[in-house]
Design a protein around this ligand. Sequence first.
Ligand code: HEM
Length: 477
Amino acid sequence: MELIELKMLVLLALVLLLSVFICLRSWASSRTLTDIPGSMGWPIIGESFDLISAFSNPSGVFSFMNKRQSRYGKVFKTSVLGRFTVFMTGREASKILLSGKDGMVSLNLFYTGQQVLGPTSLLQTTGEEHKRLRRLIGEPLSVDGLKKYFQFINDLAIETLEQWSGKRVLVLEEASTFTLKVIGNMIMSLEPSGEDQEKFRANFKLISSSFASLPFKIPGFAFHRGIKARDRMYAMLDSIISKRRNHEDFKFDFLQSLLKKHSKEAAVEDDDDKLTDSQLKDNILTLLVAGHDTTTAALTWLIKFLGENPTVLKNLRVEHRGIQESKNGEKNLTWSDINNMPYTGKVINETLRRATILPWFSRKAAQDFEVDGCNIKKGWSVNLDVVSIHNDPEVFGDPEKFDPSRFEKPLKPFSFLGFGSGPRMCPGINLAKLEISVFIHHLVCRYSWKTLEKDDSVQPTLVRMPKNKYPIVVEPL
Ligand code: HEM
């Protein structure tokens, strides 16, 4: 028998085994969900096709959620992507799932994500250990901690846009390169070009695409490639860590600030601040994974929404030109200017509401609880449907409209979840806003652009992104 045929046979057997396993597991767990309204769809595939096809259309999973909520109410069960799960929406559900009161829920990562990120990732810890990691990671990501990266971000934004000038660009690809260079530099002082940057980028792409892949750790599969790339990324980090420890290299970056706490010189009472090398590496990777696609998508959607809403673009230009004029035409953006962009902040929020780039937040019930009259049992997979919250016409009148002025008045808690809420609220919020604000400042002050394709389809990925990567042609003003 040819080697290729043998491989196909092994693959078929594996797929068959996995299907039987999913079927049995699904059947067992579906029997406990009888009290919750909803449909489990077809055997094995459940309602996955409905969800995936809803994902790709412009309104995204909103149509999937909306159809079921009008039939079953705010809490409904379904079977998607190989999981029996309960979707819930509204402020009551948000409060229960996001406030983390009494350890009601924990984060629910896919198996592939758990394996790639490692057991000590922030995303896999709960309770006191989660709090400790958040505190350590939060410090360098605070507004003060980010000040030292401003110049790098500013120079990179100017350089990137100069390369766009007069050309056709795919905004999503460009935004991806920009945000990866920023985070690579912020975490480990990686130079924005050169061999190390190329290797870093190639490994990161493989890791990122292994997240929503089939869980086969077999050569030729995305998951296997992702694990191998993760190992190479960790080897790269090991070498940087060892140089820093041996004082062969010193940089003022995120890694250094965590290593300092970790060093022999740190006082004994700082014990609680020490991270093992595994914790360091797992959490650096976590920041890369959690911060890259989200910021890339947000920047791309924002530019797209500006292209479609000339009045908002005009208002934004007024704000950013006002910053230049207030300094007698001095064109250099400075750190203190960042605090002087109130309209930009509203445009960012409206982008995150309108695009809802993370359409739902996944959790696992850590104990029994009740929500909107439905009894949720410990161990169930529960998802907060954020897209319906962001499209609630009672909070956001005419929700389809892109209107940053909605954020002029304070909103009720849990009605806007662009960066989440509660103990798992995004720790990268300041970095994301800084990157976007700086980039947008230079874009609107110096350039105009034309959209080359009218296509509102969305990639069927976990983080919502425009399918056509938003092609534009850019001209200097
Ligand atoms: C515009 C860009 C971003 C958006 C829209 C965003 C959105 C979010 C949201 C909604 C959550 C909460 C998810 C949940 O509750 O299940 C979250 C968590 C998280 N984000 Fe972000 N994020 C962005 C940028 C970043 C950046 C730049 C970083 C890292 C530097 C980052 C790191 C994280 C981490 C580590 C978590 C998990 C926190 C935890 O479990 O305690 N994010 N993000």
